[in-house]
Design a protein around this ligand. Structure first.
Ligand SMILES: [Ca+2]
Ligand SMILES: [Ca+2]
Length: 308
């Protein structure tokens, strides 16, 4: 029992650290690849107001437009964006088109942290290798079923039992609230939050009853959720809005959920089960209502206007 507690505790800590880094980097307009730099350096991917674009940008990194074709005329590929796993090439009439990237052209991975695990339970050297491979399977049943499962090499993930599943939203809600508060505190010049979002978070930040970030017991988290329920409504909506981007339609696809899910799975073994059961009607999409319900937000408090 103690062993379980201890490992959960360390999981929680590493979860917090790692995902915080990911979030802050992503929100600051950075891809994961350069985790040591603090300042948002906007390179060729100008990101602006769409943080999730940056999050998925991590997976996009391998797609670099070949510049060797640039002569006197502009390379038509320069402004031609291809989805993950594809690269732009020009045909005989100089028309740009997206073709599957050859996995062998992916940059070789620097370390294990670049490996990803597919839903086929195979470890790929990097997300570039994964998406390039997935592209070659396009149109096949195997290809449709293949998704990026999580960041890191494939490993044994312990089954998530019911009691652990119930703990997951407690920690996740608290964490979302803390992420928002931190973004608010650091927001002076980074524009991490929009003005509308800042107004919402300000209320949470200034509420003296707020439970400050810390390694709280599950009992305390549960108690705080009951007592300060209102402070959790916006963070849950905010996270939905961060993910619902491609397209913005009030539903999260597997791909849209990936930036949150993929780094979380190796650290929180209930992640997969949690998000699976969020899709209550089993249509493969998580609607805002389903999402909110998953985090204990009451039906009457679900508000599309909070997804800002
Ligand atoms: Ca969507
Ligand atoms: Ca659904």
């Amino acid at each position: 029992m103690f062993g379980v507690c201890l490992s959960q505790r360390s999981l929680r800590l590493s979860l917090k650290m790692r995902v915080w880094v990911i979030f802050l980097l992503c929100l600051a307009g950075k891809a994961l690849a350069a985790p040591t730099e603090e300042e948002p350096v906007v390179e060729e991917t100008e990101v602006g107001a769409n943080p999730v674009q940056v999050e998925t940008g991590e997976f996009d990194e391998a797609i670099e437009v070949e510049e060797e074709l640039v002569t006197e005329t502009e390379n038509p590929c320069l402004n031609h964006h291809c989805k993950k796993g594809k690269v732009c090439e020009v045909d005989d009439s100089n028309t740009p088109m997206c073709v599957c990237q050859d996995p062998s052209t992916c940059p070789s991975s620097v370390g294990e942290f670049e490996h990803v695990c597919g839903t086929d339970n195979k470890t790929y050297d990097s997300s570039c290798h994964f998406f390039a491979t997935k592209c070659t399977l396009e149109g096949t049943k195997k290809g449709r079923k293949l998704h990026l499962d999580y960041i890191g090499p494939c490993k044994y993930i312990a089954p998530c039992v019911d009691s652990e599943l119930n703990e997951f939203p407690l920690r996740m809600r608290d964490w979302l609230k803390n992420v928002l508060v931190t973004l608010y505190e650091r927001d002076e010049d980074h524009n991490l939050l929009t003005e509308k979002q800042k107004l919402r978070v300000k209320k949470i930040y200034e509420n003296e009853k707020r439970l400050h970030a810390g390694d709280h017991s599950l009992d305390l988290l549960a108690h705080d959720f009951e007592k300060n329920y209102n402070m959790y409504i916006f963070p849950v909506h905010w996270q939905f809005g961060q993910l619902d981007q491609h397209p913005i339609d009030g539903y999260l696809s597997h791909t849209e959920l990936a930036p949150l899910r993929a780094p979380l799975i190796p650290m929180e073994h209930c992640t997969t089960r949690f998000f699976e059961q969020c899709d209550a009607d089993n249509d493969k999409y998580i609607a805002l209502e389903e999402w909110a319900d998953c985090f204990g937000i009451k039906e009457q408090d679900v508000d599309k206007d909070l997804v800002i």
